[in-house]
Design a protein around this ligand. Structure first.
Ligand code: NAD
Length: 346
C-alpha cells in the first residue's frame, strides 16, 4: 500500500481527504490541531482519522522523524484565508511559504517522488475580466494569495524529473466536513437560511465566484496523487463551470433548495473587487475521471441536515470561536494558549 503524508490534515478539508483516500493509502498526518471543534463526529476516528496521527507544529517537524518514506506529500497546512492572512501576516509567510519550501527541499533530498500543494484561484485577484487560465497574469490582492504565489514560484524551481510538484489552484471550498467552517460563502448562506430564514448578501451580489465541494477537492487530490505528469511542475485550476456562480444566484439557488428563505441584497455596497471566473478546461482535459460530481441542491441539503442534526446553536455564528477560523485563533491567543507566532504555549 502506498504511503501518504498530509501536513495540515486536521483542518476543514483534511478529514474529508482522509475519508476519501483511506482505503487506498496508508496515511500519516501532522497537524498542530488549532481547530478542535467538530459537528456530528460519530465515527470520527474510524472515518476521518489518519493511520498515524502526529500532533505537532510542522515548524518543529522533520521528515526524517518518520520511520517510512512517503510516496507523496500533500501540503494542506496554511493560514488559510484572507482575514487570517491580514491579521497574521508574518506567520502566513512562514507557514504558507517558508516552511513549505523547507519541507519540499527535505523531501526531494530524501527521495520523495511527489509533492502536492494546496494553492488557490484567489491568486488571480484583480487580473481583469477574462476567465483565468493557468497561463494568465496573476495579480494577488491579499497576503494570503501572495503567499500562495510565492510558494508556487519557489516550488517550481525545486521541482525536477524525480520530484514532481502539482499545485492545485482550488476554487473556494464549500460543503459539509465534520470540521465545519462558517467563514466560507456557501456554508454561511446555508447556516443563515436555517437560523434566520434569510440570506443577507453583504456585497451587491454581482461578483462571480467559482466554488468546489470538499468531496470534489478530495477527488482532485486523489487524481493529483496518481497523475503521472510529464511536467516537473504543474499548476492547475481545480473547479468547474457548473459550480461557478454570481453570488446573488448562489443565494437564490440555496434559498430555493431549502424553501421559505428570503434573499436580501445590499445594493448600496461597492462592487467586490474579488470577482473572477476561472477556466477549468485543463483540469477537464487531463483529469476526465476525477471531475466534480456533487450537485448544489444535494450539497445544500446535506449541509443543512448536518447543521440541524448537530443541535448546536448557530444563531450568532459569525462571531463563533469554533467555526470562524480567525475568531478561533484570536480566542486561543487571548486565553494565552498560543503565542504571537501561533505556537502552543506549554
Ligand atoms: N477552504 C478553501 O476555500 C480553500 C480554497 C483554496 C485553497 N485552500 C487551501 O487548502 C488548504 C486546506 O484548507 P482548509 O480549508 O482545510 O484550511 P484549515 O485552516 O481548515 O486547515 C489548515 C490546517 O493546517 C494546520 N496547520 C496550520 N499551520 C500548521 C503548522 N505550523 N503545523 C501543523 N499544522 C498546521 C491547522 O491546524 C489546520 O488544521 C490550505 O492550504 C488552503 O489555503 C482552501
Amino acid at each position: 500500500m502506498k504511503k501518504i503524508l498530509i501536513l495540515g490534515h486536521a483542518g476543514y478539508i483534511g478529514p474529508v481527504v482522509i475519508n476519501h483516500l483511506k482505503n487506498k493509502y496508508y496515511i500519516c498526518g501532522v497537524d498542530t490541531q488549532w481547530f478542535k471543534a467538530k459537528i456530528n463526529n460519530k465515527n470520527y476516528k474510524k472515518k476521518y482519522f489518519p493511520n498515524k496521527n502526529i500532533i505537532k507544529d510542522m515548524r518543529n517537524f522533520k521528515l526524517k522523524e518518520l520511520n517510512f518514506l512517503p510516496d507523496a506529500i500533500i501540503y494542506l497546512a496554511a493560514i488559510s484565508n484572507d482575514p487570517m492572512g491580514h491579521e497574521f501576516k508574518k506567520v502566513t509567510k512562514e507557514i504558507n511559504t517558508n516552511y513549505c519550501i523547507k519541507i519540499a527541499k527535505e523531501a526531494k533530498k530524501l527521495g520523495v517522488k511527489k509533492f502536492i500543494f494546496a494553492s488557490s484561484c484567489s491568486i488571480y485577484g484583480a487580473a481583469g475580466n477574462a476567465k483565468k487560465k493557468e497561463t494568465h497574469k496573476i495579480q494577488p490582492l491579499t497576503d494570503y494569495a501572495k503567499s500562495k504565489v510565492i510558494s508556487e514560484k519557489k516550488l517550481e524551481k525545486i521541482s525536477s524529473k524525480n520530484f514532481k510538484i502539482i499545485s492545485l489552484r482550488f476554487a473556494t471550498a464549500a460543503g459539509y466536513s465534520p470540521k465545519l467552517r462558517l467563514d466560507l460563502v456557501f456554508n454561511d448562506f446555508v447556516v443563515n437560511s436555517i437560523t434566520k430564514k434569510e440570506i443577507l448578501i453583504l456585497s451587491n451580489g454581482e461578483p462571480w465566484r467559482p466554488l468546489i465541494h470538499v468531496n470534489d477537492m478530495a477527488l482532485s487530490i486523489e487524481w493529483a496523487t496518481e497523475y503521472n505528469s510529464k511536467k516537473n511542475f504543474l499548476a492547475i485550476n481545480i473547479g468547474s463551470d457548473k459550480w461557478t456562480f454570481k453570488i446573488k444566484d448562489l443565494a437564490s439557488k440555496i434559498a430555493k433548495s431549502l424553501g421559505k428563505v428570503t434573499v436580501k441584497l445590499n445594493k448600496d455596497n461597492q462592487p467586490d473587487k474579488r470577482s473572477y471566473t476561472v477556466d477549468f478546461s485543463l483540469f477537464k482535459k487531463i483529469a476526465k475521471n476525477f471531475q466534480p460530481r456533487e450537485n448544489l441542491k444535494n450539497a445544500t441539503k446535506v449541509l443543512a441536515k448536518n447543521i440541524i442534526d448537530s443541535k448546536y446553536n448557530f444563531k450568532n455564528f459569525r462571531n463563533s470561536k469554533k467555526f470562524i477560523r480567525l475568531k478561533t485563533l484570536k480566542n486561543l491567543q487571548e486565553r494565552k494558549l498560543i503565542n504571537k507566532r501561533l505556537f502552543w504555549i506549554k
